[in-house]
Write a protein that binds this ligand. Structure first.
Ligand SMILES: Cc1cc2nc3c(=O)[nH]c(=O)nc-3n(C[C@H](O)[C@H](O)[C@H](O)COP(=O)(O)O)c2cc1C
Length: 300
């Protein structure tokens, strides 16, 4: 088995295999008669509306997008909606770098689209305000980093939804964390402290329509009622079986069986997990988080 080519082609192959509309699994499909769906927690059906329809239609485009810029008005709508996401203390502790140069897009995240939004956790803006007003303020804490990361991701996902509502597709990628991450501070001129790239969002138009929508687990172990429910062995086996059920499209790859694996998750743990394993010792992520001032500055 050639594992490298296997990895390279997993998404490409996945994208051309046919399948059904399985965003939330068979039980969660909209009822054609009533325009309603069962929620994953087994609660009451919710009526369909345009927001739900947009969310149900979300899909990732894997690989590069057409070399076609976004209309500026659409980009501005996406950005303005993105910053409407909830954010702690309303201090919007993020920055969004808009990249339109295709070469720069791929240098930053490995993909090219109509536009790239690089979402960074960033406390420089609020720090500048503190300095201007003469307030002592050090944003370099792990708490600030976690909170800023949450704010950043809520803004990014909001952009995904709004883009889709405008007929613009997307790819969220942590390609910004692959390779030499130092490049971001050079290519994007990021501040060296209190600014950290969290996620890249490629926006644009697909070169071809995906053949199917990815499914989701919705059963035991996903939504817990009142208290955390620890999976029984039977429930765990059922989850393994669900991943194996190809028409549900839960996996990243649909040729694991042909490659000799008994279960999709055998492929996942043997081929996918650990593919970007770094040498022992401090990872570049930790080193750069330390440099950014967000972790281990040992404040008094
Ligand atoms: C944090 C994060 C990183 C991701 N990175 C990549 C990536 O580098 N390449 C890619 O093709 N898809 C990437 N994805 C997209 C996921 O593979 C995709 O969301 C998932 O397979 C479900 O498919 P769907 O979004 O089409 O429903 C990423 C998604 C997230 C949230």
């Amino acid at each position: 088995m050639n594992t490298k080519s296997h990895r390279r082609t997993f998404l490409k192959r996945g994208a051309v295999l046919g399948g059904g509309l399985l965003l939330l699994g068979p039980k969660a499909q909209p009822s054609r008669a009533a325009g309603a769906e069962t929620n994953p927690a087994g609660g009451a059906a919710s009526p369909a509306n345009e927001t739900l329809q947009t969310i149900r239609s979300l899909r990732t485009i894997h690989g590069n997008f057409l070399d076609q810029p976004l209309p500026e008005s659409a980009l501005q709508t996406i950005l303005q909606a993105s910053v409407r996401a909830a954010n702690a203390s309303n201090n919007q502790s993020y920055s969004i770098i808009v990249v339109k140069d295709r070469k720069r897009m791929s240098d930053v995240c490995g993909y090219q689209g109509g536009c790239l939004l690089v979402y960074c956790a960033d406390l420089n803006r609020i720090q500048a305000c503190a300095e201007a007003l003469g307030h002592p303020y050090d944003p370099g804490t792990i708490e600030n980093f976690v909170t800023a990361t949450i704010n950043t991701l809520l803004a990014a996902q909001t952009a995904v939804i709004v883009a889709r509502s405008l007929g613009i597709d997307s790819l969220l990628t942590n390609g910004v964390h692959r390779g030499d991450m130092e490049r971001h501070w050079t290519l994007l001129d990021l501040p060296r402290t209190h600014c950290f790239p969290v996620i890249a969002l490629v926006l644009g138009y697909p070169t071809r329509e995906p053949a199917f929508k990815k499914g989701r687990l919705t059963g035991a172990g996903v939504v817990h009622n009142e208290k955390y429910h620890r999976l029984t062995r039977k429930e765990t086996d059922e989850i393994i079986r669900e991943y194996d059920d190809m028409p549900r499209h839960l996996g990243l790859n649909e040729d694991w069986a042909a490659a000799g694996y008994k279960h999709y998750l055998d492929w996942f743990f043997e081929e996918w997990v650990g593919r970007n394993k770094q040498p022992p010792g401090e990872t570049q992520m930790l080193r750069l988080l330390k440099r950014s001032g967000f972790v281990e500055p040992q404040k008094t």
